[in-house]
Ligand binder design. Structure first.
Ligand code: BGC
Length: 347
């Protein structure tokens, strides 16, 4: 079968290879790929800046944003042939640490977790793969290819889960405004979930043309370019990872506000940061800045509900290009109006 593979640490080593079929085992779902979403992490791995091959191997099957159809199931797995499923990305560390032991592998305490298509386990960028039922999440078939948005949506569902739990540090927490910085797929999904919670939604991005301003307006949100228009948001979900935007977002947050950093920085840009001034603001205003990565099963399930409730036409516009596997190279090109690019395994 065909699979997209890379040699982690080596720039531009990606190729479409013929690899062995997944080994048959009695306790796993046999899944045929329908679609694979591409994200910044995949680009970092392709650039040689991130990613780890499985132990004893040189190459890693790329891909962690999956959508597949179940072909065979073990008895009493809770799944049936024909179900659409998304594979969970992370696997608990082998110790396991207390977080992984309790199913919160997204909060792994020793860093020895593994991730399909990213860290030491082959990913979902293959025509066929297997999944243990505990790491498969059923998605509404009515979503069709849009089910591939579940993994990025799970990352956002975790960010919101933690914002809301942290918010409860004050009995008076009643947030009204949310600012989302970055109108990529993660940012727009964060904006969708903000709207679903009844918050006033603001989205900041540098794009002045293309679909992002309109997608924000269709959610009933306000789109900002250049600055945040004097907004003091109760909640910020920062999805750009750009240093200056992170700093501006922290400065803009309302008194007692919460800033969740969900974008991974590429690094390399220096700018002035007055740590003492930031310390003063955070202390005197009970400010809170925290990071959030990955997602556990509960977040995938919350994300599946959020997608099921969303307007399908709006969601469909998040997928800006579908590229057949044969033309996979095009999926990694950067087009100005791209939001989410998906490799279509059925085309
Ligand atoms: C994935 C997460 C993963 C993170 C770090 C992200 O692109 O969506 O599941 O934990 O990369 O490897």
């Amino acid at each position: 079968m065909r699979a997209l593979t890379v040699e982690p640490g080596k720039a531009n080593s990606i190729s479409l290879d013929t690899v062995a079929e997944p080994a048959a085992a009695p306790d796993v779902l046999a899944v045929r790929a329908l679609a694979l979403g591409i994200c910044g992490t995949d680009r970092d791995i392709i650039a040689g800046d991130y990613g780890w091959a499985p132990q004893g191997k040189q190459r890693l099957v790329l891909g962690h944003e999956s959508l597949g159809v179940v072909e065979r199931t073990p008895k009493e797995s809770g799944f049936a042939a024909g179900d659409h499923v998304v594979g969970i990305v992370r696997r608990p560390d082998p110790v396991p640490c207390p977080a992984c032991a309790s199913g919160e592998w997204d909060m792994c305490r020793n860093g020895r977790y593994t991730e399909r298509g990213i860290k030491e386990i082959d990913g979902y960028g293959a025509e066929r793969y297997t999944l243990k039922p505990g790491f498969a999440v059923r998605v509404d078939k009515a979503l069709g290819l849009l089910g591939v948005l579940l993994e990025p949506a799970s990352v956002v569902a975790k960010a919101w889960d933690h914002v809301n739990r942290i918010g409860r540090r004050s009995r008076a927490w009643a947030p009204r405004t949310a600012l989302i910085t970055g109108a990529g797929p993660v940012g727009l999904l964060a904006a969708l979930m903000a709207k679903q919670q009844g918050l006033e939604v603001h989205v900041f991005d540098r794009a002045t043309a293309g679909p992002k301003p309109e997608l924000t307006r269709q959610l009933g949100g306000t789109y900002h370019v250049g600055d945040f228009g004097g907004l003091r948001p109760d909640i910020v979900i920062e999805c750009t990872g750009v240093g200056q935007v992170v700093l501006d977002a922290v400065k803009a947050a309302a008194i007692g506000g919460i800033v969740c950093l969900a974008g991974i920085s590429s690094g390399g840009h220096n700018f002035d940061l007055d740590i003492a001034a930031m310390n003063k603001q955070l202390v005197l205003e009970n400010g809170l800045v925290f990071g959030s990565v990955n997602a556990n099963r509960a977040h995938y399930e919350a994300a599946a509900q959020a997608l099921a409730k969303a307007d399908k036409d709006w969601l469909a516009r998040l997928i800006s290009r579908r590229v057949p596997l044969d033309r996979w190279r095009e999926a990694f090109e950067i087009h100005p109006d791209d939001i989410k690019v998906v490799i279509d395994f059925t085309a």
